[in-house]
Design a protein around this ligand. Structure first.
Ligand code: ADP
Ligand code: ZN
Ligand code: ZN
Length: 653
C-alpha cells in the first residue's frame, strides 16, 4: 500500500507517515488519526517505505488539488527552517482557520469588481515620478527598493501607480501594512483607484470572509491582497510585486508561537518569485538602512511633502521645571490658540487607563499584580485596578495593606485621566478619546473617526492606535506626552523606536495650506536625539545609531537569537536554560557567544517566571548551525524540567 508523509500541527520537529489507497497530491489536506483525535494535516510526499511500523490509514483526502502549491510550500519550508520552528505548525498556521478545520475550500461570496475607479486630481511630483520609473524598470526580476519618503510625501501614490503597472501585466500585488495601519481609509484608497479586486486580510474579518479572501488570492481573482503580517503567506499564483508599508513597524514581527518577521520574509518571497520588493517608510529601521548602505536595497527618496503642505514646526516643552501636572501651561496655551481658530488638536499618550500607579503616600507601598511583577493600572470608569499583562483585576484597596493608613493615591497619567484633566481646562470643547477601552465595541472607532472627520474643533486623545493611517484634514497641532520612558528603557533599540514614533506621530499634524505644529513634553530636552527630530534629520540620527551598533557589534551588525524559558517554579526555568547553555557550550561554538540566563525585563507574568538566554554571532550561518543542533536535542531536556520555552530568531525587544 502506498504511504503518504503528512505534516501535522504539533510542536515536534518531524512529520508522520500514513497508509493510503491512492496517492495524495503534495500540498493537499488530509484528515488523519493522531492519538485519540482526528486532525487535518498537509501531504508532503508519497513513498513506498516508512521507517515506522504499524502505520494507520488516512481517514480522508480533503483536496484534489494542492491547497498549498509548490511556491508557497517552498517559501514555508524556508521560513520554518530559518526560524527553527516545527514544519507542521508553520504550514497549518499559514491556512485560514476554516481550512485548518477541514472545511471545504470554496468561495462563499465573490468580491465584486469595481464599477468605477477615480483618478487623483493632482499631478505627481518629480520625486514621485522618479521613484515610480525606477521601480518600473525593474519589474521582471528580483530587486529590492527602499522608498524613503517623509510623512505626507505621497508614498501611497507611488505604491498605487507601481501597482497599476503590475496589474496591467496581469500580475498580482501583495501589500503589507502594520496592524494599526490597515484602516478602512487605506483599503478605500486602493479600491478607489485600481481596476481590480482588492481583498483585505486582517484579524477583524470573520472566518468566512478570511477564507474567501484567501481563496480569491489563491485563484488569482484578487489583483491586490492588502493585509497585515500573516498575509505574507497568502498564496498568489501570479505574484508580481510586494510592498511593505511602514517597514520599520514592530507589528510585522509575530510575538507568539511562530515568531517570524513578515518584513524579513518578504525578501525571501520576492527572491523566490523573482519580483520587485518595495519597503516604504519615513523612518527606516536600522536593519533596512544597513541593507540600503550595503547596496541590497536601491534607495528612492521623497524628501518633500506632496502638494503645498510643509513639514510641521516641532518644539520641546521642558518638563523639569513644570509644576502643572501632566499638561504644562505652555501646551495648554498652544492648544487654546489652535482651538480658538477652529482647528483640531491631538494629544498622544501611549498608556490607556486612568493612572499607572496606585500607591501609599505614607510608606511607598504600591499596588502590584498578584500574578505578575507589574503595577496595577487604575481604571476610573469601572473603579478597578487592572493588570495589563495578565488581565487580572480587583477593587482598589481603601487603606494601605502595609501601614494601614488611608493614604492611597494615584500617580501618573493614562488616556482616561488626561481626558478628565482636559475637561477642566477646555470645558466647551468636545474631547474624543481613542484607545482600546473606548473602541472595544464594534463600530465605536468608526463613530469616533466620523466625528473627527466632520472637522469641528475638538481635542483628540489617543494612544499609538492613532500614529498611522488616519488623515485628519483639520488637525493642526499634535502634543506628545510622557515619552520619557523611552530614554530609560533597557532595550537597546529604545531610542531608535522613540525617534520613529515621534516622527510618525508628528506627521499627523498640518494639512494643505497651513503649517502644523508639534509640541513634545519631556524631562530630557537636552537628549541629543531631539536635535535630529526637531530638524527632521532622521537619517543622520539613524546613521549615528548605526555607527554605535557597529562599534558595539550589535544588530544589525550581529545576529541574535533569544531562547526564552518560563515556568511556575523559578529555579526550573533557570536550570533549564543553564542546561541548554551547557549543552551548547559543549559543542563547537564557532564564534557564537552565549549570555545568560538572565531574568526577563518583566520577570513574572501570569504566575510564570521568564528567563532568557541570548545567542549572538557575527556569522549568521554559524548561529543557525548552533540553533539546528539545539533543535535536535531540545526535546530530551524539556521532559525533565517541566518548562515552557520558545526560540525567537532576530528578536526585536
Ligand atoms: P505618505 O504615505 O507618504 O505619508 P500619502 O501617500 O498618504 O503620504 O499622501 C499624503 C497626501 O498627499 C494624500 O492626501 C495624497 O492624496 C496627497 N498627495 C500624494 N501625492 C500628491 C501630489 N503629487 N500632489 C498633491 N497631493 C498629493
Ligand atoms: Zn502605606
Ligand atoms: Zn498580572
Amino acid at each position: 500500500m502506498p504511504i503518504v508523509e503528512v505534516a501535522i500541527s504539533v510542536p515536534l520537529n518531524r512529520t508522520f507517515d500514513y497508509l493510503t489507497d491512492t496517492e495524495v497530491v503534495v500540498g493537499a489536506r488530509v484528515k488523519v488519526p493522531f492519538g485519540a483525535k482526528k486532525v487535518v494535516g498537509i501531504a508532503l510526499s508519497n513513498k513506498q517505505k516508512s521507517e515506522f511500523s504499524k502505520l494507520k490509514p488516512v481517514e480522508q483526502i480533503l483536496d484534489e488539488t494542492p491547497i498549498l502549491d509548490k511556491p508557497i510550500l517552498d517559501f514555508l519550508f524556508w521560513s520554518a527552517k530559518y526560524y527553527h520552528h516545527p514544519i507542521g505548525e508553520v504550514l497549518l498556521a499559514a491556512l485560514p482557520k476554516n481550512l485548518r478545520l477541514g472545511k471545504e475550500a470554496k468561495i462563499k461570496k465573490v468580491v465584486g469588481l469595481p464599477t468605477q475607479v477615480n483618478q487623483p486630481d493632482f499631478e505627481i511630483t518629480n520625486e514621485q515620478n522618479t521613484a515610480i520609473n525606477s521601480i518600473l524598470t525593474k519589474q521582471d526580476a528580483y530587486h529590492g527598493f527602499l522608498l524613503h519618503g517623509v510623512t505626507g510625501s505621497g508614498k501611497t501614490e507611488v505604491y498605487l501607480r507601481s501597482t497599476q503597472a503590475v496589474l496591467d501585466q496581469n500580475k498580482q500585488v501583495l501589500v503589507l501594512v502594520p496592524e494599526i495601519g490597515l484602516t478602512p481609509q487605506m483599503i478605500f484608497r486602493f479600491e478607489n483607484r485600481l481596476k481590480t479586486r482588492v481583498v483585505a486580510i486582517h484579524s477583524q474579518l470573520n472566518e468566512t470572509q478570511k477564507l474567501d479572501a484567501y481563496l480569491m488570492a489563491k485563484n488569482g481573482e484578487a489583483g491586490v491582497v492588502l493585509g497585515t503580517r500573516s498575509a505574507i503567506f497568502a498564496p498568489m499564483p501570479n505574484l508580481g510585486m510586494i510592498i511593505i508599508d511602514e517597514e520599520h513597524d514592530g507589528s510585522f514581527k509575530q510575538q507568539s508561537s511562530f515568531r517570524y518577521s513578515a518584513r524579513d520574509l518578504s525578501f525571501i518571497r520576492a527572491k523566490q518569485a523573482n519580483i520587485p520588493l518595495i519597503l516604504g517608510t519615513a523612518t527606516p529601521s536600522l536593519e533596512t538602512l544597513k541593507n540600503a548602505m550595503d547596496g541590497k536595497l536601491t534607495r528612492l527618496t521623497l524628501a518633500n511633502r506632496a502638494g503645498d503642505v510643509v513639514m510641521p514646526k516641532v518644539s520641546l516643552i521642558d518638563m523639569r521645571t513644570n509644576t502643572d501636572g501632566a499638561l504644562s501651561k505652555l501646551l495648554v496655551e498652544k492648544m487654546q490658540q489652535y482651538l480658538s481658530h477652529g482647528k483640531q488638536v491631538m494629544l498622544f499618550i501611549n498608556r490607556r487607563g486612568y493612572a499607572p500607579v496606585y500607591f501609599c503616600t505614607e510608606c511607598g507601598w504600591k499596588s502590584e499584580c498578584n500574578h505578575c511583577h507589574a503595577s496595577m493600572i487604575y481604571h476610573r470608569h469601572i473603579n478597578r485596578l487592572k493588570c495589563h499583562h495578565c488581565g487580572d483585576e480587583k477593587m482598589p484597596e481603601q487603606t494601605c495593606p502595609d501601614c494601614t493608613q488611608p493614604s492611597l493615591e494615584v500617580y501618573g497619567y493614562g488616556t482616561e485621566r488626561l481626558e478628565e484633566t482636559l475637561g477642566s481646562h477646555f470645558a466647551d470643547t468636545p474631547i474624543i478619546r481613542i484607545d482600546r477601552d473606548t473602541t472595544r465595541r464594534k463600530k465605536a472607532l468608526a463613530q469616533h473617526l466620523e466625528k473627527i472627520n466632520s472637522g469641528e474643533p475638538c481635542i483628540i486623545v489617543g494612544t499609538q492606535m492613532l500614529a498611522k493611517g488616519h488623515d485628519f484634514s483639520n488637525l493642526a497641532m499634535v502634543g506628545i506626552l510622557d515619552i520619557d520612558g523611552g530614554f530609560l528603557s533597557t532595550n537597546f533599540r529604545a531610542t531608535e523606536y522613540l525617534a520613529q514614533l515621534l516622527i510618525q506621530v508628528s506627521g499627523r499634524a498640518g494639512r494643505s495650506g497651513q503649517q502644523g505644529e508639534v509640541a513634545i513634553q519631556t524631562r530630557f530636552p537636552e537628549h541629543p536625539m531631539f536635535n535630529f527630530v526637531l530638524s527632521n534629520r532622521y537619517t543622520q540620527f539613524a546613521s549615528g545609531l548605526l555607527k554605535q551598533r557597529m562599534s558595539a557589534m550589535m544588530p544589525p551588525f550581529a545576529h541574535q537569537a533569544q531562547l526564552c524559558a518560563n515556568a511556575k517554579n523559578k529555579d526550573n526555568a533557570q536550570a533549564f536554560l543553564q542546561e541548554v547553555a551547557g549543552l551548547l557550550k559543549s559543542i563547537d561554538m564557532n564564534g557564537v557567544e552565549i549570555w545568560g540566563p538572565t531574568p526577563n525585563s518583566i520577570e513574572k507574568k501570569a504566575d510564570y517566571y521568564y528567563f532568557n538566554l541570548y545567542l549572538q554571532s557575527n556569522d549568521r550561518a554559524a548561529l543557525h548551525q548552533m540553533l539546528a543542533t539545539f533543535s535536535q536535542h531540545i526535546d530530551k531536556i524539556k521532559l525533565k524540567n517541566k518548562v515552557r520555552w520558545y526560540l525567537d530568531v532576530d528578536p526585536i525587544d
